[in-house]
Ligand binder design. Sequence first.
Ligand code: NAP
Length: 255
Amino acid sequence: MTSTATTATTATRTALVTGASRGIGRAIALRLAADGVRVAVHYANNEAAARETVDAITAAGGSAFPIQAELGVPGDAEALWKAFDAQADGVDIIVNNAGIAGPGRIHEVDEDAYDRVFAVNAKAPFFILKHGLDRLRDGGRIVNISSGVTKVAFPDMTAYAASKGAVEVLTLTLAQTLGHRGITVNAVSPGTIETDIHPWMADPAAKAHAASFSVFDRVGQPDDVADVVAFLASEQARWITGQNIDASGGSGLGL
Ligand code: NAP
C-alpha cells in the first residue's frame, strides 16, 4: 500500500477498473491503457474474458493485470483490494464500473432482488472507495458509472435506477470530501450501450427501438463511454469534480 503523500503523475499512473472483463469496463481498460496507464482488470467469474482484455492491452504495448473478486458479497471490497495489492503499489484512478441490471416495476421487486442490485451497484462502490482512499494517491481520479435512468424515469427498472441514484449522491459527497487532496470524483451516465447486459438487443426490432432514444438514432458502443471516462481521468479534467456527465447520445432530449 502506498502513502497518499505521493502525487500522481501521468507517466506512471495505475488504474483499477471494476468489471473490466467485458462491455463498457473492457473499453475503459483498453482506452486508459492506450493513454499509458497500467490497468487492473477486475472481473467476477469470467476469467477468460479478463485474460482477453489483458492480452489485448499488452499486445498493443500497454500494461495490465487481472484481479478477481466477486462483488455484492460480504467482505467484497477488502478481497478486491487484497488481490490488487498483490500486484500494485497504490492507485491513481478508480473506475467503479461493475454493475448488474435489475429489472422490475416496484410491485415486482422483492427484497432479495432489491438487496442484490444495491449490493453490487451501490454498496460495493461505496466500500471499494472507503477501503481504496488510503491507496489512492493525491491528485487521483474517481469515476463512477451511473446511468441515464436517474434523469428520465424508467419504471421497469425501479430498483436499478435507485441504486444508480445512490452512486450519484456518493459521487457528489466524495467530491467535497476529497477536494483538499486534489482528487476529482465524477459520474458518467451512459444511455443504452450495446453490451452483454442487454441480451434483448439480439432482437433487431428491440435494438431499433433502443436506438430511437438517441438523437443520433443508434445504440451506444462501449467506446462512446470509455472516451468520456478517459477524459475525466486525465490531467485535462482537473477542474471538473462532483459532476454527472451524460453519455447517452442525447437520449431524452426531446421528451
Ligand atoms: P456487462 O457487459 O454485463 O459487464 C459487466 C461487467 O461487470 C463484467 O466485467 C462482469 O464480470 C462484472 N460484474 C458483473 N457482476 C459482478 C459482480 N457481482 N461482481 C464483480 N463483477 C461483476 O455490463 P455493461 O453493460 O458493460 O455495464 C457496465 C456498467 O455500466 C454497469 O454499472 C451498468 O449498470 C452501467 N450501464 C450500462 C448501460 C448499458 O446500456 N450497457 C447503460 C447505463 C449504465 P464477469 O465478466 O466476470 O461476469
